[in-house]
Design a protein around this ligand. Structure first.
Ligand SMILES: Cc1ncc(COP(=O)(O)O)c(C=O)c1O
Length: 337
């Protein structure tokens, strides 16, 4: 059963060929970027695909208020805040972190969209999230409002459909361009993009391996997570997708100093792609994943001939790290003087 979705995405996003030599990488592989950073403007990125399904469910449930959570610069929370305004929901975001004096990037857009925001430390955030935001749900129930809770990154069995559908779109575009991809690569944060692509391959019965480059948790976590998401997907939609798959590849060696912290190498790759192609990666997700991919190519650790990297967005997270970028520029200047 294919669930209903809201028409949030217009036409397919472009699939763009990239010359690896322009990025200073000598490789036999051909590289393509699936431009899901172009799913929209303020609403750009991978979240739009997942939310097309999740918010269709929220509408069917006759929800009044959307509750979701994430980091201070969560792209998912920004997308939820904006979509709520477009679709007539109220929105309450629970963010992990201290309220900053100045709101930047995603947080600024959430403020502009008038989202209700609760800031909490990690312990409280986890407790609230693990309770399914029970207190907040009751709070809105007392106001006769029905709350609809969306998990981090909209990565549940409903949101998975976003990249199940994207898989078909990508394979169709590759066919039009006359090649079959041997490897898809994406950044893996809450796991839904990666899992959706692998499930998409399983349903299409022509699975292409999907390499998720982890930006936070480790391989064991993401394998477990995939298995749980697939179980929930099978139960809800009546499929029999396997909870482990040889097409589910995960690399957790590019996390560096931690979630949201980009090394000089990552910044260098962000600069290189911007200068070679005018494509902007972000330091939290796509920059780490793309620089990981380039390293694997340089080391000869990937033998795939045609690789499609899914650019999942994150521009506002990049803009929120202008100070970190300035530090990188200073470091580079010191090193070359
Ligand atoms: C820009 C961007 N890329 C990639 C990801 C990772 O996607 P997922 O959460 O589906 O693993 C996220 C969100 O977590 C994101 O905001």
């Amino acid at each position: 059963m294919h669930p209903a979705q809201l028409p949030l995405l217009g036409s397919p996003t472009p699939l763009q060929s990239i010359e690896t030599s322009k990025l200073g990488v000598g490789s036999e592989s051909r590289l393509w970027i699936k431009r899901d950073d172009l799913t929209g403007t303020a609403l750009s990125g991978n979240k739009l695909r997942k939310m097309a399904y999740v918010l269709s469910d929220a509408k069917a449930c006759k929800a009044d208020v959307l509750i979701t959570c994430g980091d201070l610069q969560s792209n998912h929370c920004r997308a939820t805040a904006i979509l709520a305004r477009q679709l007539g929901f109220e929105v309450h975001l629970v963010l992990h972190g201290r309220k900053p004096q100045v709101s930047q990037g995603n947080l600024m857009l959430e403020h502009l969209a008038g989202a209700a925001i609760s800031y909490c430390n990690w312990r409280d955030y986890r407790a609230l999230r693990d309770s399914g935001f029970a207190e907040l749900v009751s709070h809105y129930a007392r106001e006769n409002k029905k709350a609809y809770v969306i998990p981090t990154g909209a990565s549940n069995e409903i949101g998975l459909w976003g990249y199940v559908s994207a898989y078909t779109e990508i394979l169709g575009q590759c066919e039009e361009k006359g090649f079959k991809p041997d490897l898809l690569v994406c950044a893996t944060g809450s796991g839904g993009t990666h899992a959706g692509l692998v499930v998409g391959g399983a349903l299409a019965e022509q699975g292409v391996p999907v390499l998720g480059i982890a930006v936070c948790d480790n391989e064991a976590y993401f394998r477990q997570r995939y298995s749980e998401d697939v179980t929930a997907f099978n139960q809800r939609y009546g499929y029999e997708v396997q909870g482990s798959s040889s097409n589910f590849l995960i690399n957790d060696t590019f996390i560096g100093e931690g979630y949201g912290k980009a090394s000089p190498d990552v910044w260098q790759v962000i600069c290189r792609l911007a200068q070679a192609e005018g494509i902007f990666l972000d330091p939290v997700y796509t920059g780490k994943a793309f620089s990981g991919l380039l390293k694997l190519l340089e080391e000869g650790a990937i033998s795939a001939k045609n690789i499609v990297f899914i650019h999942t967005g994150g521009l506002f997270g990049l803009l929120a790290q202008s100070e970190q970028y300035a530090r990188y520029v200073n470091l580079r200047a010191q090193a070359s003087s």
